[in-house]
Design a protein around this ligand. Structure first.
Ligand code: C2E
Ligand code: CA
Ligand code: CA
Length: 329
C-alpha cells in the first residue's frame, strides 16, 4: 500500500493513487483460485467501506453480508419497477414563528416478504450497488411532481428538501437530468432544496464547489446535511455556494445536558450566520431543545417534537390544520 501511494508523473503533472486491499488466505478462505479471488474481492469492498487506504482480511460474515446485499438489491429493483417505494415528508418549522416552511423528503420501503426495511439498511446497499442513482432519480421526479401539484392547488410556499447521495451528486448526468425534470414539471427550482452530506461534500471539495455553483446557477437551494459529523474546512464552507447547514441530531440530542454540545451548536449557528447561511437543527425532540435553539437564534428545526415523517396525504392535512403556530413556539 505504501509503494502504491507514492506520487508519480503523469503528463507533466504529479498524480497520486490510493489503494484498498482485500486479503484471502489459502486454504481457510478457499481451496481454489476462483473462491480465493472472490473472497479477496469481498474483503476489498469491506476495506473500501472503511474509507480510503484500508485493508481487510476476509471473514465468513462478509459472505453473509454479500448475500443480504444481493437479496436487498434484487427486491429493490422489483420495488422500483412496481411503485413499491413511497415518500414520507417531515416538517421543517421556523423557530421564530413556529410555522412550517418546508419538508424533507424521506424514502420508505415496505416489501411483501421482508416487511418494512429501514432506510439505514437499504440506502447503503443502494449506494454500494449504484442503484441509488435510478432510485434517487425517482425521488427527485416524485418530489417535483408533488411541488407542481401543490402549486396547482395554490400551495406554493412549502419547500421540499431532497437528499442527494454522493454518487448522484458527483454523477455526470445530474445537471442535465435536473434540467429535464424541471422543464417537464414546470416547477420553480427555488422551491427545491438539495441536501448533500458534509462527508460527501468534503470528499473532493474542488469538484463539490463547481457542482454547487452549477446547481445554484439553476436556482436550487442547497444544504449541507449532517453538519458536524465530518471534517469541514471553514475555508470551503465559505467557498461553497450553499444556503443552509443542517446541524446533526447527534449534537442536538444532549444540548441540555452536555455543555460541549451546547457550545458547539451555539458556535455553529454564529459561524453560519456570519457566513450568511441559515441553520436547521435536526432531531429536535423536546421543548427544552427548541427553547435553546431559539435563544441561540437558530433559524429552523426539524424533529419529532413537531412532526414525524408522514405520508404525503397526511402532511397535506397537517399543514391544513397549521393555521395556528405550533404549541410551545
Ligand atoms: P437524514 O437525511 O439525516 O434524515 C433524517 C433522519 O432522522 C430520518 O431518518 C428521520 O426520520 C430521522 N429523524 C427526524 N427527526 C427525528 C427526531 O426527532 N428524533 C430521531 N431519533 N430521529 C429523527 P430516516 O427516514 O430513517 O432516514 C435515514 C437516512 O436515510 C437519512 O438521514 C438519509 O441519509 C437517508 N435517506 C432517506 N431518504 C433518502 C433519499 O431519498 N435519498 C438518499 N440519498 N438518502 C435518503
Ligand atoms: Ca437529510
Ligand atoms: Ca441529516
Amino acid at each position: 500500500m505504501e509503494a502504491l501511494s507514492q506520487p508519480y508523473q503523469l503528463g507533466g503533472a504529479t498524480a497520486h493513487s490510493g489503494c484498498s486491499v482485500g486479503v484471502a488466505l489459502f486454504p481457510d478462505d478457499g481451496e481454489d483460485a476462483s473462491t480465493l479471488i472472490r473472497h479477496a474481492d469481498m474483503a476489498m469492498y469491506a476495506a473500501k467501506r472503511e474509507g480510503r487506504g484500508n485493508f481487510q482480511f476476509f471473514s465468513p460474515a462478509m459472505n453473509a453480508a454479500t448475500h443480504e446485499h444481493l437479496l436487498l438489491e434484487n427486491r429493490m429493483w422489483g420495488a422500483l419497477n412496481t411503485n413499491g417505494f413511497k415518500l414520507h415528508l417531515q416538517a421543517q418549522v421556523s423557530l421564530e414563528t413556529g410555522r412550517v416552511i418546508g419538508a424533507e423528503v424521506l424514502l420508505r420501503w415496505h416489501d411483501q416478504e421482508l416487511g418494512t426495511v429501514e432506510p439505514s439498511r437499504f440506502i447503503p446497499v443502494a449506494e454500494e450497488s449504484g442503484m441509488i442513482v435510478p432510485l434517487g432519480d425517482w425521488v427527485l421526479g416524485q418530489a417535483m411532481a408533488l411541488l407542481a401539484e401543490w402549486r396547482r392547488e395554490g400551495l406554493d410556499d412549502i419547500r421540499l428538501a431532497v437528499n442527494l447521495s454522493a454518487r448522484q451528486f458527483s454523477g455526470a448526468s445530474l445537471l442535465s437530468r435536473l434540467d429535464e425534470l424541471v422543464a417537464y414539471h414546470g416547477i420553480d427550482p427555488a422551491m427545491m432544496e438539495l441536501e448533500i452530506t458534509e462527508t460527501a461534500a468534503m470528499r473532493d471539495p474542488e469538484s463539490t464547489r463547481e457542482q454547487l455553483r452549477q446547481l445554484r446557477a439553476r436556482g436550487f437551494k442547497l444544504a449541507i446535511d449532517d453538519f458536524g459529523t465530518g471534517y469541514s474546512s471553514l475555508a470551503y464552507l465559505k467557498l461553497f455556494a450553499i444556503d443552509r447547514i443542517k446541524i446533526d441530531r447527534g449534537f442536538v440530542k444532549d444540548i441540555e445536558h452536555n455543555p460541549n454540545d451546547a457550545v458547539i451548536v451555539a458556535a455553529t449557528i454564529g459561524l453560519a450566520h456570519s457566513l450568511g447561511l441559515a441553520v436547521v437543527a435536526e432531531g429536535v425532540e423536546t421543548h427544552a431543545q427548541w427553547g435553546f435553539l431559539r435563544d441561540k437564534h437558530g433559524d429552523e428545526a426539524q424533529g419529532y417534537l413537531f412532526a414525524r415523517p408522514m405520508p404525503v396525504a397526511d402532511f397535506r392535512e397537517f399543514i391544513r390544520h397549521q393555521e395556528q403556530p405550533v404549541p410551545g413556539a
